[in-house]
Design a protein around this ligand. Structure first.
Ligand code: NAD
Length: 258
């Protein structure tokens, strides 16, 4: 039952892929809302420094574990470490993602396509594969938040593989939500529009090279800052969203409405 509370006090959160951008902004907000936290990503030295900084500013226990989501053993070890360090996992955010190649569908290269799916789709699935048993064992439900995109709702020309990968994340999210609803484990995804991060810079540069098309229109006339994703993520992690599952929530400055 919801007590309407946005507090994450006493909760245990794992974020997969939070060296920068949206994941890092959400790490700061989740710890500030009261959760202990295991951060992860590709850059051990940078990640440890970020974890220390967030621990100092929030007073929460924050750890960093290196992971490459392409490697099943690495994901399994991350989840096992998070369970041991925090004594369980209530909140899991599967955020790791790359922009992948930008080209016409017929020019896509198979190994680029496979690498994109290994990170954006198989990586998100592997995260859930190992997080779900820990949440089931805890017996108190949980909240899983995946990273879709407005490109999971509509197509995006010249980054078709990325759009397909995010449609797949949405499908995994909805299916897991149905399977886990009886266990009070909620599974949702956010669908950001353009967010000012290294990923967006790379995608825009590659897309511009691939095709002479204007950037997509954003009714609000700007990209979001990563921090503008964090409110919805804290809400989805908290009891304030206790009846929300299987949702793909656009946070997009009006992109999908347009
Ligand atoms: P970012 O480049 O700042 O962050 C990507 C994160 O993924 C980094 O922390 C990186 O360490 C991690 N990562 C990448 N490959 C990994 C791997 N193999 N193993 C483990 N971690 C890995 O980009 P961002 O924009 O913050 O992206 C975060 C998520 O948001 C992605 O899933 C992205 O697709 C999604 N998204 C971004 C936008 C946008 O406009 N920026 C829009 C919609 C969705």
């Amino acid at each position: 039952m919801s007590d309407g509370s946005f507090s994450l006090h006493g909760r245990k959160a794992l974020i997969v892929g939070c060296d920068s951008g949206i994941g890092l902004a959400c790490a700061r907000s989740i710890a500030a809302a009261g959760a202990s936290l295991v951060m992860s990503g590709l850059d051990q030295a940078k990640g440890e420094a970020l974890a220390s900084e967030i621990a100092a500013s929030t007073g929460q226990a924050v750890h960093y574990v290196a992971v490459d989501v392409r490697d099943e053993g690495s994901v399994a070890a991350l989840v096992a470490t998070a369970e041991t360090v925090m004594g369980g996992i209530d909140i899991a955010m599967n955020n790791a993602g790359i922009p992948g190649p930008a080209s016409a569908i017929q020019d896509l290269n198979a190994s680029d396509f496979d690498n994109l799916f290994a990170i954006n789709v198989r990586g998100a699935w592997l995260g859930m594969k190992y997080q779900i048993p820990v949440m089931l064992k805890g017996g108190e439900g949980g909240s899983i938040i995946n990273l879709a995109s407005t490109a999971a709702i509509s197509g995006l020309a010249f980054v078709g593989a990325y759009s397909a990968s995010k449609h797949a994340v949405a499908g995994l999210t909805k299916s897991a939500a149905i399977e886990l609803a009886p266990h009070n484990i909620r599974v949702n995804a956010i669908a950001p529009g353009p967010v000012q991060t290294p990923l967006l810079d790379t995608m825009r540069a590659r897309r511009k090279q691939a095709a002479d098309i204007p950037p997509s229109t954003v009714p609000m006339g700007r990209a979001a800052q990563p921090e503008e994703m964090a409110g919805a993520v804290v809400w989805l992690a908290s009891q304030a969203s206790s009846y929300v599952t299987g949702a793909i929530i656009s946070i997009d400055g009006g992109v999908i409405a347009a």
